[in-house]
Write a protein that binds this ligand. Structure first.
Ligand code: HEM
Length: 232
């Protein structure tokens, strides 16, 4: 029995783990460089381009990547998400190889929210800070630059709230359900008891090669390069 509970199952591949912690780090970099302004804006831009690259990669990986990375494995619709919420608030132990249906919906919201932040940054401009223009700001009409700038300044607050909720959710699991999802995002492994009912067969998870991940990352970086270059 002791052996059974200590078995750990690989659920997250390396690309998902690297994506996650690099994204979290770059959001911190982007936030503080924007607050510092001045010369720090150069780093802010590079950080934004890196975030866009990561997001393009993660969206592609959501279709072509390992089982638990695929959107189809964790986007189960509102009724599954609500059913999970009920389960969560009760005494039951949630068991999921990857994201649960509620967490999965939140993942997509987070990805789209960060995408909106990074994409509007491309068109934003800040004349107060000495003509700091996003690379595409000169390609669109002033009214769109104004809208993108307002959205970019406002949306960071929404992103902070969503990220706060996200971290609270994983802390809830840690404290209430005694499930360490954070550790699993580092090691890739979850205790078997957090994945399947005792005695049940372990799910068949397919892990796609890291080579494909690197190729997709390079294609994503090239895409961002061409978008930025389009600004001239
Ligand atoms: C200290 C801060 C953070 C912690 C402790 C944390 C923890 C986690 C954990 C444990 C998961 C896996 C959840 C599950 O098992 O279903 C996860 C997934 C995720 N988190 Fe975070 N997170 C943090 C910051 C962030 C930030 C800043 C963002 C960006 C807004 C973010 C975006 C995501 C996304 C998109 C996923 C899905 C990963 C994937 O499937 O590729 N996280 N996070």
């Amino acid at each position: 029995m002791a052996g059974k509970t200590s078995t750990r199952i690989l659920v997250w591949d390396v690309p998902v783990r690297l994506f996650h912690w690099t994204l979290a780090l770059l959001l911190v970099v982007s936030y503080f460089t924007a607050r510092a302004g001045g010369d720090w804006m150069k780093l802010h831009f590079w950080s934004g381009y890196a975030i866009l690259t990561l997001l393009f990669f993660r969206i592609a990986w959501g279709f072509l990547g390992s089982t638990t990375a695929r959107f189809s494995s964790f986007l189960k619709g509102p009724s599954a998400a609500l059913a999970h919420l009920g389960h969560l608030l009760g005494r039951g132990r949630p068991r999921d190889a990857g994201h649960n249906p509620l967490g999965g919906a939140m993942v997509v919201v987070l990805i789209l929210a960060v995408l909106a932040q990074a994409a509007t940054g491309l068109f934003a401009a800040d004349t107060d800070m000495g003509m700091v223009n996003g690379p595409l700001a000169l390609k669109v009409a002033d009214k769109w630059v104004e809208r993108a700038t307002d959205f970019h300044s406002f949306w960071i607050n929404v992103l902070l709230i969503l990220t706060g909720l996200h971290v609270l959710a994983v802390l809830f699991y840690l404290v209430w359900k005694r499930q360490n999802l954070i550790g699993a995002m580092f090691t890739g492994r979850k205790p078997a008891d957090d994945v399947v009912e005792p005695g049940a067969a372990t799910p068949k998870l397919v892990f796609v090669s890291n080579r494909l991940a690197i190729s997709l990352l390079l294609v994503s970086a090239a895409l961002v390069y061409f978008i930025v270059r389009a600004g001239g």
